[in-house]
Design a binder for this molecule. Sequence first.
Ligand code: TLP
Length: 346
Amino acid sequence: MRIDLRSDTVTRPCPGMREAMRAAEVGDDVNGDDPTVLRLQERVAALLGMEAGLFVPSGTMSNAVAVRTHTQPGDEIIAEESSHLYLYEGGGYAALSGCSIALVPGTLGILEPEEVKKRIRKSAGSRSHYPNASLVCLENTSNRGGGTCYPLEILEEICGLSKEADCRLHLDGARLFNAVSASEESAARLVKGFDSVSVCLSKGLGAPVGSVLVGSQSFIERAHRWRKLFGGGMRQSGILAAAGLYALDHNLARLREDHRRARRLAQGLAEIPGLSVDHEAVQTNMVYLRTEAPAKQWVDRLAEPGVACFALGDRLIRLVTHLQIDDEQIEESLMVFRKISSTFGE
Ligand code: TLP
């Protein structure tokens, strides 16, 4: 595909990143002596104002390890109804942690504190009818919400009420740095009330593999055991961690370019007959596009001239900007969209 807008996961390591990987000093991380992995874990923990970090192979495993570490089988977790944890992680919370899930409807993926509070239920006081809600999971940015960001006050309110109800808080921050870039806040400020945070290196930051789970020292010590059980202990993983460190050095500040290009894409697409965009939702690097014709037909016709994107519903397409999409490709994809639009009239 010439212009790959399917996801920010599709980027390939640039020559500088590959060189950093080649030159990485490695050890055996299962034995805890890979210096590059240790550096990455410390760096991400410090960036997020947390005590410790754990390098894991994927965002999915990072969330699974967090849920398992925070909960007991029979507990309930609370999450937004279109969260990645619920929609796209194979039901891991049930299969790997034995938890049920209480789904809360959000607006553009963002939860209202009152709605979260209503869903928290405890076994005590219910004659043991209810499970124990013990973990609230938020996602920032919200992927299915459109790449939308939580306002800081809402985060603080949800963290406060969850703690009062004796629940732990986990943040799926696969795209936390997009939220940081779109706000005036530091990463540490945005995650302050959380007990654990998962950040992905292989989305907008452009590394080929890996996520880092951060939290308190004691949380990470317990999480270490579950990473091992889930098969996520890696050996000379400094090669991968080096890509993550390179990404943190080179690709954080440029996320705002992806956001600017997503806004340009949204604006251009909204002018094309048969397409509409909710501009309020275009806050970071994603554009969700409503189509009058079936989304699958759009995706198939766009593929021919080389524009790749995903249909995420009958009439819904997602486009994602990333570090291998430049201004020229945005203009070229708009041209292709215009051309395809005219084929629906025929
Ligand atoms: N999201 C992918 C697909 O799985 C949908 C994408 O293309 O957006 N949390 C969030 C919010 C995510 O968007 C993703 C990946 C993950 C976790 C999981 O990360 P990986 O793919 O590393 O397991």
